[in-house]
Design a protein around this ligand. Structure first.
Ligand code: FE
Length: 496
């Protein structure tokens, strides 16, 4: 091995072969009380952490082209009086059930998975396989697995058994989309200070319809309005303030021909335009919903926003930005990702001037990060602490797998970082406030960590005030869970 390569390997916090193992399928479903625990589970931590993500990275031995095409598998980790119970179940979507019966791939995946038989067997097949793999929320007494291009699937929270497609008491029509990134306004001024769930759906064509929905704590529809935005939109997430829903219309176009002819998956037909601006659209949450504001910012690609808030004549929005869309190359193997060749996600603050229509932007954190999280009571409000998955301590610059949890004090710029490198790979952190907490960072961060040394996953609990001291508790699962996407916390515990 030459010296240069040798030095590079020594400096790396990760090993590609280790990282790849976190993308092996987990076909088995488990339920058990977790009995291998380092440290102690805080007794004040009572409730359930729900997680969703691709459980199958192959369908009867044929690999999916991209993890985003993997069938949704929901995990529930229930915390009760210092103990923790684990359960995982696949969402029995129509596609999952039919493919299991057939023993082969029956649907095209959005991110490039194709039916066997080449393009001729894929051409003009526009059916979507709702894989329900992106997020899971408990709201209005329902546990819902979400995938942004189709309807939610409802699950039984105590068993994770699939009940079926849920049209939210008639709010959705069959076939409607419902985004996977709902935001919970902790205290909505339109509803007497009650918590409200806000979400959106897109109907994409030459122009795009953005539908916005707001639901009460009981799951009843409070407000619904639709807006037309010129051009194609690829909008995965949004942010809210008390008065606005804010969307980033990334500078992308869609080539329908390659999709229609069966040459590429829909996601592979999205093209990023680095010289075109990102359009930022703020839609009012208050009737008559007419005063839509639009800004243009320097191009870049955003999947996730951390938060937004209003202050004087500005809306601030904090987002993870990439210099360009990590495009899905047809034929490329996601497991061979060359991290160093890809632009890292970095944390930026945008200031949208409501009077002048100008946009300011500032990079706050250059370390590669993804999956931002904050205190749930600070959604849409000024806040102080950002928590996010991040590259390990060894990797302050450039792209790398997420191996650490970063805490950023936005008032003092102080940073704390706990790294699970070299053999741990983190998922999205979820912040759970401590009961009767006085400080914004007084709570626990829960994150699922893939431990490549044992090919098993663990749930790590970190102290929100002090990440540097390491996990308060590490709960070792008996198996691995493939890298997940999103999840949520509820104070309800579903284990008897
Ligand atoms: Fe997401």
């Amino acid at each position: 091995m030459n010296k240069l390569l040798d030095e590079k390997l020594v400096a790396q916090s990760y090993n590609l072969q280790d990282w790849q193992k976190g993308y092996l399928s987990q076909p088995n479903e488990h339920e058990y009380w977790i009995d291998e625990i380092e440290g102690e589970i805080p007794t004040g931590l009572q409730g359930t952490l729900f997680r969703n993500g691709p459980g199958l990275l192959d369908i009867h031995g044929t690999p999916v082209r991209h993890p985003f095409d993997g069938d949704g598998m929901v995990c529930a980790i229930s915390f009760m009086e210092g103990r923790a119970h684990f359960r995982n179940r696949f969402v029995r979507t129509e596609g999952f059930v039919k493919e299991r019966e057939a023993g082969k791939i029956l649907y095209r995946g959005v991110f490039g998975t194709q039916k066997p038989g080449g393009w001729l067997n894929n051409a003009f097949d526009f059916r979507l396989k709702n894989i329900a793999n992106t997020n899971v929320i408990y709201w209005g007494g329902k546990l819902l697995a979400l995938w942004e291009a189709a309807e939610p699937y409802r699950l039984e929270p105590s068993t994770l058994e699939t009940i079926g497609i849920d049209l939210l008491d008639g709010v959705l029509e069959p076939g409607d989309a419902f985004a996977a990134h709902p935001r919970i306004d902790p205290s909505c001024h339109l509803d007497g200070g009650a918590p409200v769930l806000v979400n959106f759906s897109l109907k994409v064509g030459l122009s795009t319809n953005i539908n916005i929905y707001e639901f009460s704590l009981e799951g009843k529809l409070l407000r619904r309005h639709a807006h037309n935005v010129p051009g194609f939109c690829f909008i995965h997430d949004f942010a809210i303030t008390p008065n606005y829903c804010i969307f980033f219309q990334n500078a992308v176009t869609f080539d329908p021909l390659s999709f229609a002819l069966g040459w590429k998956g829909a996601g592979e037909c999205v093209k990023f335009h680095p010289h075109k601006p990102t359009r930022i659209v703020a839609i009012p949450r208050t009737a008559p919903y007419k005063e839509v504001k639009v800004w243009e910012a320097q191009s870049g690609f955003v999947f996730h926003h951390a938060n937004a808030f209003e202050s004087e004549d500005k809306i601030y929005i904090d987002s993870i930005c990439y210099d360009s869309l990590p495009e899905v190359e047809p034929g490329a193997d996601y497991k061979e990702t060359d991290f160093e060749a890809l632009a890292p996600g970095q944390f930026w603050r945008f200031a949208l001037n409501l009077q002048e229509g100008s946009v300011g932007r500032q990079m706050i954190e250059s370390r590669c990060c993804e999956f931002p999280a904050i205190h749930p009571d600070k959604v849409g409000r000024p806040y102080r602490y950002l928590f996010t998955g991040a590259a390990a301590a060894h990797n302050p610059q450039g792209n790398a797998p997420l191996q650490a949890i970063l805490k950023l004090d936005l008032h003092t710029q102080e940073r704390q970082l706990w790294s699970f490198a070299p053999q741990g790979y983190v998922s999205e952190p979820i912040f759970v406030p401590q009961p009767n907490a006085l400080r914004e960072d007084e709570g626990w961060l829960l994150t699922m960590v893939y431990d490549s040394s044992r090919h098993r996953s663990q749930v790590a609990i970190l102290d929100g005030r002090d990440l540097d001291k390491g996990p308060i508790a590490v709960l070792h699962l008996k198996h691995h869970i493939p890298y997940g996407l999103h999840g949520s916390w509820t104070n309800q515990c579903f284990v008897s």
